[in-house]
Design a protein around this ligand. Sequence first.
Ligand SMILES: [Zn+2]
Length: 163
Amino acid sequence: MKLLVDAMLGRLARFLRIFGYDTIYANDLIDYFKINPVPDEKLIEYAQKNNRIIITKDYPLSKGLRNKSLYLKGEGVYNYLYQLKRRLGLSFDFKIERARCSNCNSPLKKIKDKSLIKNIVLKDTFNHYNEFFQCSNLDCKKIYWKGTHIEDIENKLEKKFNI
Ligand SMILES: [Zn+2]
């Protein structure tokens, strides 16, 4: 399932990418369309052409799209993830091999020899973790590992989803 996340939901877009969902963020299309903000009709056109479901907090936008959009209620990223689970059947089991870059949505690739990134990550991180991944987009190259930040997210999700 491919997603397009509306402008006011940037944090949600990053979370979805981390959980492996191919997610375009509306503000990332500003350069593509050369309009800021990207108007609704352009978002709709893009989503339809690329077979993406629009996730939005804008009720009029979602109303015109019926089953090609999801209208989110309330506030907070964990609340939104819960609605995505309930209503689109998304699951949020973190697997770093299938995570996408939170910055740019590109797939990650495993770093075979961690000494290659010794000077890029903090010393403690380098010493503590053995498995690192890197964004495959050469303009980005962000480094990823399964650290405590991911465990925090997993714990919060577990709490939220077991209510
Ligand atoms: Zn990236």
